[in-house]
Design a protein around this ligand. Structure first.
Ligand SMILES: C[S@@+](CC[C@H](N)C(=O)[O-])C[C@H]1O[C@@H](n2cnc3c(N)ncnc32)[C@H](O)[C@@H]1O
Length: 270
């Protein structure tokens, strides 16, 4: 699977991006920072590998949130793994090498390039597990591979949506085959690893989308065009109507749509 997030997909990323509740986004960032800090806290030197880092903005925010949480960790090295060249170019602006406290040490383009020489204290997949596998079994293999590069007493920290997320109701237009919270928990159990789930309460699409005004319709059309491009499908009128009906229903349920983000922590304890 290849998805275009950072090229022509950037337009719709902005549609979603501008509709994130900033306060709740902060909850997700701080929740991830807290989990990483709990793992790296006792070490002077730690290595954080982030898989599917995108433009690097989320890593930067998590790193900033960690400054107060793990002062004992004097040297945190970050390895970003991102297959999309456009995103990697954006990353080099947001996370320039040897900046952010000299913390960025390597950029890789695919998780398969990781090996024991990249031995990590913690590995994160922040909304990227959906794109790394086509089935639960494949996902378990990816997680096994990643857990094997983690040094003793480390953890895998994932942000993911559950199957009940409105994202997947809208996702009639674009389905993820795996990488949802339930798939991750299944994979962890298959690997005999312990997992726990926290809900940071991140909320995304504002209720302002009432599907009435021209602006709303333009935004929703952008979402549909994006999904069409990403999944190489023609949505058609019937699906488009179903999508709009679903957005209206969800938008009427509260000020924000709660996409039900989860943070899943898998202890590797090897
Ligand atoms: C939804 S984005 C998440 C970006 C970032 N983690 C964040 O939270 O903003 C998923 C990212 O995973 C990347 N990705 C997909 N398959 C990958 C692979 N095999 N190796 C590395 N990155 C991959 C995509 O290019 C995309 O940037």
């Amino acid at each position: 699977m290849r998805y275009d997030f950072w090229g022509k997909g950037a337009a719709v990323a902005r549609v979603f991006g501008t509709r994130v509740s900033l306060q709740t986004w902060h909850n997700l960032v701080c929740g991830v920072a807290r989990e990483i800090s709990m793992v790296v806290r006792a070490r002077k030197v730690a290595r954080w590998v982030d898989v599917g880092s995108g433009d690097g903005e989320t890593c930067l925010e998590v790193m900033e949130a960690m400054n107060d949480l793990s002062p004992e960790c004097q040297r945190l090295m970050l390895v970003t793994v991102e297959c999309d060249p456009t995103a990697r170019t954006l990353q080099s602006e947001i996370l320039p090498d040897a900046e952010v406290g000299g913390r960025v040490v390597a950029r890789l383009s695919d998780w398969r390039e990781l090996s024991s020489e990249h031995g990590a204290t913690v590995v994160t997949l922040l909304h990227s597990a959906y794109y790394l596998a086509d089935s639960r079994q494949e996902l378990a293999e990816v997680l096994r591979y990643l857990s094997e590069i983690i040094t003793a007493e480390g953890a895998l920290v994932l942000a993911s949506l559950p199957c009940s997320s409105p994202m997947f109701q809208l996702g009639e237009l674009g389905l993820y085959k795996t990488g949802r919270t339930e798939d991750i928990l299944w994979a962890a159990e298959a690997l005999g690893l312990t997992a726990r789930v926290r809900q940071p309460g991140m909320k995304w699409l504002a209720m302002g989308l009432q599907c009435k005004g021209e602006r709303d319709m333009a935004e929703l059309d952008a979402v549909i065009r994006y999904v069409e491009g990403r999944h190489d499908l023609h949505v058609g009128d019937a699906r488009r109507e179903r999508f709009l009906k679903q957005v209206k229903k969800l938008a009427s349920q509260g000020e924000y749509l709660d996409f039900q983000d989860n943070i899943v922590v898998i202890s590797t304890n090897s």
